[in-house]
Design a protein around this ligand. Structure first.
Ligand SMILES: NC(=O)N[C@@H](CC(=O)O)C(=O)O
Ligand SMILES: [Zn+2]
Ligand SMILES: [Zn+2]
Length: 349
């Protein structure tokens, strides 16, 4: 592409974030405006302490999110329930009837941040999953096995064989989103599988491979789960995201942790990208020469999968270099956006 062909601005239908951590309380108030500036709607993860396990809790959390939204901003939180061994089929019916719960999240117990209350054995959830299949409630999956004998970098690929394939064989009509995929194995599985399955892809997994965590020293802000993988996997994610295949859509997995909880002997998993998510995706799609595919990925495919209307307004991104802040507030603490202090070449207007 010659310089003259390089677009200086990109206007697309307003995007949505199909995988987001907003936390609660003072942290929620700090991070919510960032996401609301970038996205019209977001699927809000339920891994709070205690987790959002009931429709009533999801309704109260939704009210807290709306109360924390600065005046004049438009943002629709799409709520989720946290699946446990004890989630009753009736809870799914209540969730479906609520109109504000849009999915149920599977965290294998111990897989990631605040997953201790997660599912120990999916077989215990089959009656509940059957109701989800029946009413069309999507299951969102953190797809990693927790077996300590399995190498950390292999946990997603092993999950496909041990959990995803058997589950989909037993419940072929259950809508599933394979969240934040990080491997060629997962991208290939989702692209080829039959039935209602899709995947979200983060901006950081499109832009970085695992070397980024160790460039010149250990870089805890690049540590997230599932962990960054080899370059061949990043390339497969780029191919999937920019392919135009409607099974792949945007989910930032922006996951705020205070600087002190990241820069420590046992740092938390999660990258904070809500501040500059669309700029990061723009950069990734531009590198692939696929800016024309960004709108489908960011603004259409997710809405279509969740059977929600596409947004009617637009946003514009401009080619303009700006510098990310070193930190932003997180309640009384501070939060470092991914790439803090560095330059980025697109700007959401
Ligand atoms: N992605 C992460 O590394 N962390 C997420 C949890 C999750 O999405 O697995 C968090 O809540 O901090
Ligand atoms: Zn996860
Ligand atoms: Zn997440």
């Amino acid at each position: 592409m010659s310089l003259i062909d390089t677009p200086q601005t990109l206007t697309i239908t307003r995007p949505d974030d199909w995988h987001l951590h907003l936390r609660d309380g003072a942290a929620l108030a700090s991070v919510l405006p960032h996401s609301a500036r970038q996205f019209a709607r977001a699927i809000v993860m339920p891994n709070l302490k205690p987790p959002i396990t009931t429709t009533a809790m999801a309704g109260a959390y939704r009210e807290r999110i709306l109360a924390a939204l600065p005046a004049g901003m438009q943002f629709e939180p799409l709520m989720t329930l946290y699946l446990t061994d004890a989630t009753e089929p009736d809870e799914i019916r209540r969730a479906q009837d609520s109109g504000f719960v849009h999915a149920v999240k599977l965290y294998p117990a111990g897989a990631t941040t605040n997953s201790a209350a997660g599912v120990t054995d999916l077989a215990r959830c089959y009656k509940t999953l059957e109701v989800m299949q029946q009413v069309g409630m999507p299951l969102l999956v953190h797809g990693e096995v927790t077996d300590q004998d399995i190498d950390l970098f292999d946990r997603e690929a092993v999950f496909i064989e041990r959990v995803m394939r058997p589950l989909r064989r037993d419940m072929p009509a259950l809508k599933i989103v394979f969240e934040h995929i990080t491997t060629r194995d997962a991208a290939q599985y989702v692209a080829e599988a039959e039935g209602p399955i899709a995947a979200t892809i983060t901006a950081h997994h499109l832009l970085y491979n695992r070397n980024e965590m160790f460039k010149g020293g250990i870089r805890p802000h690049f540590y997230c789960l599932p962990v960054l993988k080899r370059e061949e996997h990043r390339l497969a994610l780029m191919t999937a995201a920019t392919s135009g295949d409607e099974r792949f859509f945007l989910g930032t997995d922006s996951a705020p942790h205070a600087v002190g909880a990241k820069e420590t002997a046992c740092g938390c998993a999660g990258c904070y990208t809500a501040l500059h998510a669309m700029e990061m995706y723009c950069e990734a799609f531009e590198r692939a020469g696929a800016l024309d595919k960004l709108e489908g990925f960011a603004s259409f495919h997710g809405a279509d999968f969740y059977e929600l209307p596409r947004n009617q307004t637009t946003v514009t991104l401009k080619r303009e270099t700006w510098t990310l802040p070193q930190t932003v507030p997180l309640g009384d603490a501070t939060l470092a956006p991914l790439n803090a202090g560095e330059q980025i070449n697109w700007k959401l207007l």
